[in-house]
Design a protein around this ligand. Sequence first.
Ligand SMILES: NC(=O)c1ccc[n+]([C@@H]2O[C@H](COP(=O)([O-])OP(=O)(O)OC[C@H]3O[C@@H](n4cnc5c(N)ncnc54)[C@H](OP(=O)(O)O)[C@@H]3O)[C@@H](O)[C@H]2O)c1
Length: 262
Amino acid sequence: MRPDEKNPPDVMTSKDVPLLHRADVIAAYAPADRAAPHLRLGFIASIDGAATREGVSGGLGNADDRLVFETLRMLCDVILVGAGTVRAEGYGGVRVDEESVAWRVENGLSPQPRLALVTSRLDFDPRHPFFEGAAERPEALRPIVVTTSASDPAMRAAFADVADVVVCGETGVDPALMVASLHAAGLTQLHCEGGPSLFGSLIAADLVDELCLTVSPVLDGGDSGRISAGSAATPRPMRLLHATPAGSMLFLRYERDRGAPQ
Ligand SMILES: NC(=O)c1ccc[n+]([C@@H]2O[C@H](COP(=O)([O-])OP(=O)(O)OC[C@H]3O[C@@H](n4cnc5c(N)ncnc54)[C@H](OP(=O)(O)O)[C@@H]3O)[C@@H](O)[C@H]2O)c1
């Protein structure tokens, strides 16, 4: 997760006030047709490809990145996140801000997007901050836990009070089954905040419709990983939709080019 109080951004060109305007950002990222199923990924990386600094991504961002990050959350039906990211970044209390709530309600959406945690092992505590406030939410808005039949049935039962537990696969979460089950639940606009392993499996399954990438103006060096991780290269051609600078921060939006030769 990029907004990170523990790791204040230190590569900012705009410190606390974004250069971009919220209305322009909404216009640049709003889905053309909400009924059409769509999987969007959102990441940040340094110019030399580092996806993290000191193990988290927050240190790469700034106020403009936070605005885009918030907007992508606001526009979706469900925020998907892999267990590794939830563990590393201390995800908790994920909520869009009041302005976003107002926009969502005005546009006929639930006040908050749903949350979906992707974990094959389900080695989590139902009291993890990710599920904060979940028991009080209406059933239709509770978080979703996407897991496998190999996960501990007692753990799946323990989550029943705070989440809808969906089994998609045997030993590893099957990305295609996961996406299909979210669509079947009426969630068409899927927004995945990573991390790299989950992204890699979505690339391998050719399920990625869009990538929103923030290029942070810094050469990071070191040995941080990339934004995707996987065992085999599976090149998927993408088409650039926009490249928007804000100071030295660059916002790239790519869509999958399914007509291009692989
Ligand atoms: N730069 C950025 O924008 C950005 C964004 C997000 C994360 N990150 C960074 O990425 C790092 C975490 O990386 P990660 O790769 O461990 O995170 P991840 O992709 O969020 O999580 C991987 C975990 O997701 C679960 N999973 C379930 N099904 C899966 C599937 N089909 N494919 C892949 N994973 C599946 C597994 O959890 P179980 O072990 O529970 O089974 C797996 O260990 C952190 O340092 C974080 O800061 C950076």
